[in-house]
Structures are given as C-alpha cells and as structure tokens.
Design a protein around this ligand. Structure first.
Ligand SMILES: NC(=O)c1ccc[n+]([C@@H]2O[C@H](COP(=O)([O-])OP(=O)(O)OC[C@H]3O[C@@H](n4cnc5c(N)ncnc54)[C@H](O)[C@@H]3O)[C@@H](O)[C@H]2O)c1
Length: 265
C-alpha cells in the first residue's frame, strides 16, 4: 500500500510532458506529492497536469529549458510560490542523438552534452539549496543502460548517460551529510517516443532477457521507491530497470542448439 506515502512532499519532474517523466509525475502525484511538471513542451505538460488534477492529484505545469540556467531560476521561484520548497527532484529531461560517430557534427555533440549533462547539473544545483536548508530530500537522476553499455550510433547520448551515473554517485557523497539522497535509474528499452526512433524494434525485443520492452510505469515504480522513506538507506545507487539487459553478455541460450559443451549430457 503506497497511497499517500508522499503526502506533504513537493516534487519537480523535468521532461514530464510525455514518456517516462509523465509516468513518474503521475505516480508521485498518485502517492500524494504535489508535483511540478517541467518541460520544454509546456502545453503538453499542462495537459498531463490537468489529467492528474482530474484524477484528484495536485499538479501544475511549468515551461523550462534545462540547458538554460536562467530558465531553471524562473522554474525554481515559480514552483516555490506555488508549492513551497522542493523535497523530491527527478532529473529526467534529455535529448537523444542517433548518428554514426563518424557523421556526428560538433553541434550535435555539444547540444547533447549541453542538455543531458550540463542541464542535469544545473537542475540539481538550482534545487539542492532548498533541500540543504530543510536537511532532507531525494534526487533521482534518469540515466540509461546506455550509460553502462555501448551501443552503435549513440556515442554522444551514451557518453552523457555515463556522465550522469558519475554525477549521481559523486553528488550523493557530497550531499549525504545534508540529509539528501541521490540515486540514478538506468532504464533499458522502455516503450516511449525515444525507442520509436531506434530501428530494429522486433529484433531488439527478442534479445532482452524478459523478451519485451518495459513500460514507463515500471520505471515510475522504481522512482517512487527511491523518492520514498522506504529507500531511506539507499543513496549513490544505480538501479537498472531493464528486463535483464545489463546482466547479459550475449543474448540467447547456449544450450538451445544442443551444441554447447555438456548440453547433451
Ligand atoms: N525510453 C527509453 O527506452 C529510455 C531508456 C533509457 C533511458 N531513458 C531516459 O529516460 C528519460 C525520458 O525518456 P523518454 O523515453 O520518456 O523520452 P521522451 O523524448 O519521450 O521525453 C523526453 C521529454 O523531455 C523533454 N525535454 C527534452 N529536452 C528538454 C530540455 N532541454 N528542457 C526541458 N525538457 C526537455 C521533452 O520535451 C520530452 O517531453 C531520458 O532521460 C532518457 O534518456 C529512456
């Protein structure tokens, strides 16, 4: 039973207009948090916020570009006026760049790093002061299995997601004394618009140990856990929600063909 366990908490979720961020915003609101949905797509975020309110939750949408510190300053003061100091921060917004390494432009590299790495850094910096003042808080950084394993065509994205693992771990160490927990989630292939941009949809699913894409709601459950007091002793962790992808060296069953040593007795 988790209903109401986040009562009294104020959460900011970046990139909450769709996909994983939307699912996390909905889940935190259903658990009783007041939720600020922050996104470049302000109108779309407002649609999600309205539907959360219609379901009895408390949610408001705000425009933000996480790559722009001044935009985050405005977000912080708007959220503070509406809801009070933030106690849960989900740094989820990101952009994906799919391009062979040898065709990647400098501008694409820079834009990916600016949003995913610098933007996440700025997001945490802007909101951690309020948590330090309150001596409590939970920060959740959405990384990816692509930050743990390589994948062709995603060099810029993969580098940024690996950087977020180290950002979460290091900030966890520095903020532990302030009563703030910082954890990363590394989702695998989750059925959202980002995955729609990557080819080989049917083939990819067959190589996932659980043989299917994940759902945004399944990532949201992990985010709720990390946000809650149930995770009071969990900080600096990287939690995979990936159907077993990161555990696997090669896909497939070496015994299935009957050719593996010892497979036939
Ligand atoms: N979908 C997956 O399979 C998958 C796997 C691993 C990790 N992730 C990570 O999960 C997060 C969400 O992914 P998703 O699949 O829901 O993506 P998505 O593209 O569906 O949603 C991303 C949201 O972030 C917003 N956004 C992008 N740049 C922004 C900026 N500069 N400022 C504010 N908002 C901005 C977009 O408007 C969008 O609403 C990302 O960090 C992504 O890297 C996704």
């Amino acid at each position: 039973m988790t209903a109401g366990e986040l009562a009294g908490e104020v959460a900011v979720v970046t990139g909450a207009a769709q996909g994983i961020g939307e699912a996390i915003a909905r889940r935190l609101a259903a658990a009783g948090a007041r939720v600020a949905l922050a996104d470049l797509q302000a109108e779309k975020a407002e649609g999600v916020a309205a539907s959360i309110r219609a379901a009895g939750g408390e949610a408001l949408a705000f425009p933000v570009d996480i790559a722009d510190g001044a935009s985050l300053d405005r977000l912080r003061s708007q959220v503070r006026s509406a809801f009070g100091p933030v106690t849960i921060l989900v740094a989820n917004a990101a952009r994906i760049t799919i391009r062979p390494f040898l065709e990647l432009t400098d501008a694409e590299w820079e834009a990916t790093v600016a949003t995913n790495v610098t933007g996440t850094y700025l997001t945490i910096r802007r909101f951690c002061d309020e948590m330090i003042d309150a001596h409590r808080g939970s920060i959740i950084v959405i990384s990816s299995v692509n930050g743990l394993r390589g994948q062709v065509g995603l060099s810029a994205y993969n580098v940024t997601k690996a950087a977020l693992v180290m950002l979460a771990r290091t900030v966890a160490l520095e903020l532990a004394g302030h009563g703030i927990r910082v954890n990363a989630i590394a989702p695998g292939d989750i059925a959202t618009a980002i995955v729609d941009q990557v080819a080989d949809q049917d083939g990819a699913q067959g190589t996932i140990p659980l043989r299917r894409y994940g759902r945004p709601e399944e990532v949201a459950e992990t985010a709720l856990f990390l946000a809650s007091a149930r995770a009071a002793y969990t900080t600096g962790s990287v939690v995979t929600v990936d159907g077993g992808l990161d555990a696997q060296l090669y896909p497939g069953d070496i015994f299935a063909s009957g050719e593996a040593p010892g497979a036939n007795g």
